[in-house]
Ligand binder design. Structure first.
Ligand code: MN
Length: 333
């Protein structure tokens, strides 16, 4: 999926008055974002937001469903571009057909990682299949570090084996490593991504990398993280310096979360629409190239919808400012 907001906000960050104290859990509440179109899905977006732009290199977290899409038509995102990032598509329920300008044609299925590298430029389309009645999952972006942000287009598929870590806790580690489970998928900075499920009443203490900051996105009610309760759709942020992470499922139903992590991403980035760059001018250049159907992005073959090339919104009339996290000083561009 993509950011198909028709009027994407300028990604101007006002640093919050306070950053969380060490050991404190910061809870990021989602905002509802319609993806556009008359029968559009709404997603719950927790990153980026004013309070926090990144967790490690994770720079975008959309959570959606479960939605009954049998009558609404589901997800149908026409060919659109990306730069400077990798997209992670992870489903809990449903199926999405992916096509990109590298020539990849893949089905995104529950529990299977599909990692697309935008790098210098890629285009893709995503359409839920006609058989899909319930659509439920996450769309995540990873910012690329400066030295790799113009990497060539790439697409990787990996099916992690769900492993029971301890009584009542199962993990599918799709990026990085956790509790001895490691994903073979290569990333450009250290990144952790895992789906966790907890049976009712379970508490688990996971060993985690203390050099990482972590995020826990609650897909169900009843989860708490380090003693802080999370509503469904909320994202808990935990700063570096923790070697363990305690998770509890207080509910009478299985609970599910997405665990994200990585070392703090120290570079300022500029995000607008589906582009990640380092300056306003780079964003303008990427938009111009997309609208000119430049070879930079290539063409998606086989998308059946009417719109073969999703038009970019108009760039805001002011210069787009870089995003930083509250722990780092903010510079105006
Ligand atoms: Mn996309």
């Amino acid at each position: 999926m993509s950011n198909v907001e028709t009027r994407p906000q300028e990604e101007t960050l006002c640093p919050p008055e306070t950053a969380p104290e060490p050991g404190e859990v910061e809870v990021l509440e989602p905002r509802d974002v319609p993806l556009g179109g008359p029968r559009a899905m709404t997603v719950r977006r927790t990153l980026p937001q004013r309070q926090r732009s990144l967790i490690g290199a994770w720079c975008f977290t959309d959570h959606y469903g479960p939605n009954d899409v049998s009558t609404t038509g589901g997800m149908d995102v026409p060919p659109h571009p990306h730069t400077g990032l990798q997209t992670v598509s992870w489903l809990f329920t449903g199926e999405v057909e992916h096509r990109d300008s590298l020539g990849s044609h893949a089905m995104v299925r529950p529990g299977e990682l599909n990692l697309m590298t935008g790098g210098h430029g890629i285009a893709h389309s995503e359409v839920s299949t006609p058989e899909t009645t319930t659509l439920h999952g996450v769309q995540l972006w990873v910012a690329l570090p400066d030295e790799h942000r113009n990497a060539p287009k790439a697409f990787q598929h990996h099916v992690p084996t769900p492993v029971e870590l301890s009584g009542g806790v199962t993990a599918s580690v799709f990026l990085g490593s956790l509790a001895g489970q490691a994903s073979p998928v290569q990333t450009f900075t250290p990144v952790l991504g895992a789906e966790l499920t907890l049976t009712p009443g379970t508490t688990v203490t996971l060993d985690v990398d203390a050099t990482f900051e972590h995020g826990v996105l609650a897909d169900t009610e009843g989860l708490s993280v380090a003693g802080t309760g999370l509503a469904r759709g909320s994202l808990a942020y935990l700063a570096t310096g923790r070697s363990t992470l305690a998770l509890t499922n207080d509910s009478g139903e299985p609970a599910r979360a997405i665990l994200l992590g990585g070392p703090p991403f120290e570079e300022e980035i500029v995000m607008w629409w589906n582009f990640v760059g380092r300056s306003h001018d780079e964003i303008v250049a990427a938009r111009d190239a997309w609208m000119a159907r430049d070879d930079r992005f290539g063409e998606v073959q086989g998308y059946a919808g009417a719109v073969q090339h999703l038009p970019a919104p108009v760039i805001p009339g002011v210069r787009i400012k870089p995003r930083t996290n509250p722990s780092r000083p903010h510079r105006d561009s």
